[in-house]
Design a protein around this ligand. Structure first.
Ligand SMILES: [Zn+2]
Length: 342
C-alpha cells in the first residue's frame, strides 16, 4: 500500500513538473490522454520500471487527479496544483474492480488481495471508486457508492438563520448557541507540548522521528475532534430546520484576509480567541458545506443571504441603521428599541 502511495505521488509530481515545463516553454496544455502516453513511456524506462509493480489504474487515477486539480484552478475553485510530499496526503484510488464482503468484514483490492477492515458504517448501494489513505500511521479505506433514493421530505417545517463568529462558533436566530468542542483546547495544549519536545531533539535522529510521530498523532486527533464537532453541529442544525439561512460570504476570501500577506498582514491576525482564526474560518466553510449536503439529503434547503446590512437590520420592522449596533455583541434598534444578541 505504501508502494502504491509512492508510485501515485511520483506519477502525479512528474506529470505536474511536465505540465509546468510545457507551460513555461509556451507549449500547449498536456491533456490526460497525452499524459497517459508519457506514463506508458515511464513504465518502460529502466529507472522507473518499478511503476509496473503498482496497478495501472492507480497511476491513471493520479493523472486524472492532476487533470481535475488543473480544471479546478482554471475555473477559479482552487489554487494552482502543488507537488505532493511524502507523509502528507498519502493515498491512492482504485476506480473499479474492488470487491466488498461486508458480512465477513473484508475487502479485496486489485493486486493486494483480501484484507480485513474495521467497519465505521454500513456500505449501502453499488460499490464504486475506493480510496485508501494513510493518516498518522493508520490506513483508512473509503468506498464511494451509488444507489437510488426516494426524494425526501424534510421532517421539520421551521426556518433558521445562522451567524458565525469567533467567540461563539455559531449563533442561531432561535437563540441556540453552538460552541466549539472543549476537547480542542486540551488537545492543543498537548500539541504544543509535543512540538516543544520535538524541537529539543536532534534533527533526523531516531528520538526526533519518534517525537515527530507523536506530533502527527496529536495533529490527527485534533483533526478528528474538529471533524466530529462539525459533523455533530451540522447534523443537529439540518435535522431541526427545513430552511437554513447563512450569510453569503466568500469563505476563501475570508481565510485570505485573516492570514493576510507578508506586505499586508491581516487585520484580525492578533484577535485570536483560543483557536487559530484561520482554522475557525476553515471550520465555518466546512460546516456550511456539510449543512448544504445534509439539507439536500433530508429534503431541506440552505439559503445564502447577501451579506450587506444583515448585522444592522432590525428583525422586528426591518429598520436599517449602523447606530443599532452600540457594540460588537449588542443589537439595539434605534427606531423601535428592539434589543438582543447581535
Ligand atoms: Zn426596530
Amino acid at each position: 500500500m505504501r508502494r502504491s502511495c509512492g508510485a501515485r505521488r511520483y506519477v502525479f509530481n512528474r506529470a505536474l513538473a511536465l505540465r509546468k515545463e510545457r507551460y513555461a516553454a509556451g507549449g500547449k496544455h498536456l491533456s490526460y490522454a497525452d499524459l497517459c502516453k508519457h506514463l506508458t513511456a515511464w513504465k518502460a524506462e529502466p529507472d522507473t520500471s518499478w511503476l509496473k509493480e503498482v496497478h495501472s489504474q492507480v497511476l491513471q487515477q493520479a493523472l486524472k487527479d492532476l487533470d481535475r486539480a488543473y480544471r479546478n484552478f482554471f475555473e477559479g475553485r482552487a489554487e494552482l496544483p502543488r507537488f505532493k510530499r511524502k507523509g502528507k496526503d498519502d493515498a491512492f484510488r482504485h476506480p473499479q474492480k474492488v470487491e466488498l464482503d461486508q458480512p465477513n468484514g473484508r475487502i479485496r483490492l486489485p493486486k493486494l488481495g483480501w484484507m480485513r477492515y474495521r467497519l465505521s458504517r454500513l456500505v449501502e448501494g453499488e460499490v464504486g471508486p475506493v480510496t485508501v489513505s494513510l493518516k498518522a500511521g493508520k490506513w483508512h479505506v473509503s468506498v464511494q457508492t451509488e444507489r437510488e433514493v426516494e426524494k425526501p421530505v424534510h421532517p421539520s417545517t421551521t426556518l433558521v438563520g445562522i451567524d458565525v463568529g469567533v467567540t461563539r462558533f455559531a449563533t442561531l436566530s432561535d437563540g441556540t448557541v453552538i460552541e466549539p468542542a472543549n476537547a480542542f483546547r486540551k488537545a492543543e495544549a498537548s500539541l504544543a507540548k509535543a512540538q516543544r519536545a520535538m524541537a529539543r531533539k536532534i534533527r533526523f535522529s531516531s528520538n526526533w522521528r519518534k517525537a515527530k510521530a507523536k506530533v502527527q498523532r496529536v495533529q490527527a486527533r485534533i483533526a478528528r475532534i474538529r471533524s466530529d464537532f462539525l459533523h455533530k453541529a451540522s447534523t443537529t442544525v439540518s435535522k431541526n430546520h427545513a430552511v437554513v439561512c447563512v450569510e453569503d460570504l466568500d469563505v476563501r476570501a475570508m481565510t485570505a484576509s485573516a492570514a493576510g500577506t507578508v506586505e499586508e498582514p491581516g487585520v484580525n491576525v492578533r484577535q485570536k480567541a483560543g483557536l487559530n482564526k484561520a482554522v475557525l474560518y476553515q471550520g465555518w466553510g466546512e460546516f456550511r458545506r456539510q449543512v448544504g449536503y445534509k439539507q439536500e439529503w433530508l429534503g431541506g434547503w440552505l439559503l445564502p443571504v447577501p451579506a450587506p446590512n444583515t448585522s444592522r437590520t432590525c428583525p422586528e420592522w426591518g429598520h436599517v441603521a449602523a447606530g443599532s449596533r452600540p457594540s460588537q455583541s449588542v443589537f439595539r434598534c434605534v427606531a423601535c428599541g428592539h434589543a438582543g444578541n447581535a
